[in-house]
Design a protein around this ligand. Structure first.
Ligand code: GSH
Length: 335
């Protein structure tokens, strides 16, 4: 017999607010955004109880677009296993949790990916003292991974393709993976490369570990919304595009006010709501994108602050540079 999921029934009876997320969020007075349980650079709660990170900025950008205030967001930490159910059930309004856009997720979970906020790929972290120099030397290794991730599946594919064996040691959170590895429960960690850099910063002696040169997958990480609410889908999609377009046009947190006043560039004027109906079309205030840039900065500023030069991670822009600067970051035009 075909199983009818409780979720599908909830959706049929309208328990899950599929449409009208914008209206519901406005009534609520804040937006609920799912992030990781803690991953330096992407989503992490500081000693001051404030969340920061590239994913958190993606959440805050949407709050700025909707409310003109980046603080009107409730950050909800979620494990990999919990994240899609939390979105489907309405526990959160959007997900920005280092989540890979894949064909099966996009087509079978009732969700839509609203873009990519970080292009990643899966790598391996080993200790220097292990003597391992490349991924082809990993036959028979025990591997620490997070359950409910693409990581698990890519690992299986890679070892199968290369006719190698491994023993998976599975955990629910990044913190557990790191502690398990440091306690010697596994020979290596595999995860999205950015997350490996992030985990390494937490280790007692980060310089004792390194990431192998092989990257075994594509992990386009991006924000996710429920299907069936195109108004909300557009808001999340274009909030991300506004961050990228601002970088492309040199609009920064510092110069946004003067450009709003004096720029003659029509695309900048449309972006900042000085002319055109971009806000109205999104059912938002004309200053929606201005508010994002004023309070967060552009994509490049957020990148450098959270994972780049201004952060502990010091990740280079690589493919996450703008298309016009040798990367693949590309926003459709503000026209
Ligand atoms: N991008 C992959 C992996 C995501 C993932 O959850 N990776 C772990 C690797 S450590 C993580 O980020 N954990 C953060 C946490 O536990 O909150 C996916 O979408 O499945």
């Amino acid at each position: 017999m075909k199983k009818i999921s409780i979720l599908a029934l909830m959706m049929v009876f309208g328990v899950v607010a599929n449409a009208d997320t914008l209206e519901n969020v406005k009534k609520q007075g804040f937006m609920k955004c799912g992030v990781s349980t803690g991953l330096t650079g992407f989503a992490e709660m500081g000693a001051d109880k404030k969340w920061t990170g590239l994913d958190v900025d993606t959440c805050r950008a949407v709050a700025a677009a909707v409310f003109g205030d980046i603080n009107k967001v409730k950050i909800v930490p979620l494990t990999a296993k919990e994240r899609f159910t939390a979105l489907q059930s309405g526990e959160i309004d959007m997900l920005a949790r280092n989540t890979t856009w894949t064909q099966s997720r996009d087509t079978s979970l009732g969700v839509n990916f609203a873009g990519v906020n970080y292009y990643d790929g899966q790598g391996f972290l080993v200790s220097k003292k292990s003597g391992i120099k490349g991924a082809k030397e990993l036959d028979g290794a025990s591997v620490c991974i997070t359950a409910g991730t693409t990581t698990e599946m890519n690992l299986a594919d890679y070892f199968k393709t290369n006719n190698m064996k491994y023993k998976p040691i599975s955990y629910d959170t990044a913190d557990q993976v790191q502690k398990g590895f440091e306690a010697g429960r596994c020979d290596l960690i595999t995860s999205d490369a950015s997350q490996l850099y992030s985990l390494r910063t937490k280790m007692k002696d980060p310089s004792a570990y390194f990431v192998l040169p092989e990257i075994i997958s594509k992990e386009p990480l991006g924000p996710v919304v429920r299907q069936g609410d195109d108004v909300w889908f557009n808001i999340v999609k274009w909030s991300l595009n506004a961050l990228v377009t601002a970088e492309e046009f040199g609009v920064t947190q510092k110069n946004v006010d003067s450009l709003a006043k004096s720029s003659k560039n029509p695309e900048i004027r449309r972006l900042l709501g000085v002319e055109g109906k971009m806000g109205e079309n999104l059912k938002l205030d004309a200053k929606w994108a201005y508010n994002i840039i004023k309070q967060i900065g552009n994509y490049g500023e957020s990148f450098e602050r959270n994972v780049g030069k201004g952060s502990l991670l010091k990740i280079g822009r690589g493919v996450n540079a703008l298309w016009s600067k040798g990367g693949i970051l590309y926003s459709p035009p503000f026209r």
